[in-house]
Write a protein that binds this ligand. Structure first.
Ligand code: 5AD
Ligand code: SF4
Length: 439
């Protein structure tokens, strides 16, 4: 049983959120807190939340309910992240046992908020939202992922897509200096990482405050840090995706053969209603650049079905786009109305059952596309970065440069460590993964 100041942290949501938690953990540890493995052992329970879709948010409130019982044991609670920012002080009314509510744009004030918490204050808030122009710069990052080092290059979002809650929960865009990003890349390499993932809600709108490097330049510079073997980046926005990114992918071997380029819909009419600021043709032009690269760059995307006003014809255009691009991975979602967003004022015209059936049609078709794409790897030898054991099958699991999951067996008695690399001969393929043996 741990003594003194202890905390337990639970995270929901995207990679940005997972990485925010790494920074929050680092900050807490620097403030003298010790991390414990269960709520029962912890004096302070923190909960980093997501509100991107209604399901994610519902989970949060269900979980908050569980805290009621723990409160009786004298524990304190903090709600962080997107639901915290979105609901603000309303969380105190709904869950009076919560003492601290803070959105990600206020994390730089965490040490001060923790002092107030320790002094016995309740109803402490950090809800700066769009006022702030400061990024959460901290060297106290406690990296939890054993094989991938995350680096935030830009926080917040200024795009205001009609359906999206992020501009309201994560505040306005603020980029870190390229010098600070490169220094962090070096620190990560010094800690033994060889894979870096650059993060931002829209990495393509990165603007170096020192005006030294564009996003493409920064990508190249990170890829050239000695010791780096793989660099990924997410998420791209088609409106801001520039051709020089593809040139850099071609020129710098450490950059991975993968671009995640969310399209959301294949219909220009719906894209306009979504305020995405591009058309189907604009999107397909960027796809053509990527496909023309000298390297085989894998493509993935996000799609929303059932946006207000989406007709059967609009949906067919999305299906056609799927067939044309032949993605290696698609994240499909049913539209759900989010607080504060412009789409909430539109009539959510598509019945839930119709949304569900469109999503099913889309995912079924995509599965067949992937079955063919993945089968093309049969007989190839791929470099795989090991993520860990896959005990279910007595295999090791990892990813190819194209971000495809590879499950493989290895003749060595000891499984290779997370973050190490293996050459794997692909002996079988599925629509979502590859199977092979280390050679
Ligand atoms: N409803 C459904 N899906 C959404 N996404 C974002 N907001 C919504 C919403 N209100 C999806 C988008 C985005 C991904 C992270 O989540 O496809 O790219
Ligand atoms: Fe969820 Fe979006 Fe917030 Fe990430 S940025 S935690 S996906 S609401």
């Amino acid at each position: 049983m741990a003594t003194g100041k202890t905390f337990y942290l639970e995270t929901f949501g995207c990679q940005m959120n997972a990485h925010d938690s790494e920074k929050v953990i680092g900050t807490l540890e620097h403030e003298g807190y010790e991390r414990v493995d269960s709520e029962e052992e912890a004096g302070l329970i923190l909960y980093n939340t997501c509100s991107i879709r209604d399901k994610a948010e519902q989970k949060v409130f269900n979980r908050l309910n569980d805290y009621k019982k723990l409160h009786k044991a004298g524990k304190r609670f903090a709600v962080l992240g997107c639901v915290a920012q979105q609901e603000g002080e309303k969380i105190f009314d709904r869950a009076p046992y919560v003492s601290l509510v803070s959105g990600s744009a206020s994390y730089r004030k965490l040490p001060e908020m923790l002092d107030r918490l320790e002094a016995g204050e309740t109803r402490i808030t950090g809800l700066d939202d769009r006022q702030t122009d400061e990024a959460f710069e901290t060297e106290f990052t406690s990296r939890q992922n054993p094989y991938r080092g995350y680096i935030t290059i830009i926080e917040g979002c200024d795009k205001f897509c009609a359906y999206c809650v992020v501009p309201y929960t994560r505040g306005r865009e603020r980029s870190r200096t390229s010098a600070s990003v490169l220094a962090e890349a070096q620190r990560i390499v010094d800690q033994g990482y060889t894979e870096i993932q650059l993060l931002g809600q829209n990495v393509n709108s990165y603007r170096d405050p020192d005006e030294k490097l564009s996003f493409a330049d920064l990508l190249a510079a990170v890829g050239q840090v000695p010791g780096i073997r793989r660099v990924r980046f997410t998420t791209s926005h088609p409106r801001d995706f520039t051709r020089d990114i593809v040139e850099v992918l071609d020129a710098v071997p450490t950059l991975c053969d993968h671009v995640h380029l969310p399209v959301q819909s294949g219909s220009s009419r719906i894209l306009k209603a979504m305020a995405r600021e591009y058309t189907r043709d604009w999107y397909l032009e960027r796809i053509a650049w990527i496909k023309a690269a000298r390297r085989p760059i894998s493509l993935s995307t996000d799609i929303i079905v059932g946006f207000p006003g989406e007709t059967a014809e609009d949906f067919i255009q999305t299906m056609d786009l799927l067939a044309e691009v032949e993605y290696d991975c698609v994240f499909g979602f049913k539209y759900s109305g989010r607080p504060n967003t412009p789409a909430l004022t539109m009539i959510d015209s598509i019945p839930e059952t119709e949304k569900a059936s469109r999503l099913q049609v889309l995912l079924d078709r995509q599965r067949e596309i992937q079955r063919v794409n993945y089968a093309n790897h049969l007989g190839q030898t791929l470099e795989v970065m090991v993520e860990g054991p896959n005990p279910a099958r007595g295999q090791v699991t990892g990813r190819s440069t194209q971000n495809k999951p590879v499950n493989f067996t290895s003749a060595q008695p000891i499984a290779p460590a997370p973050g190490s690399y293996a050459q794997v001969l692909i002996t079988a393929t599925h629509p979502n993964s590859l199977v092979g043996e280390a050679v």
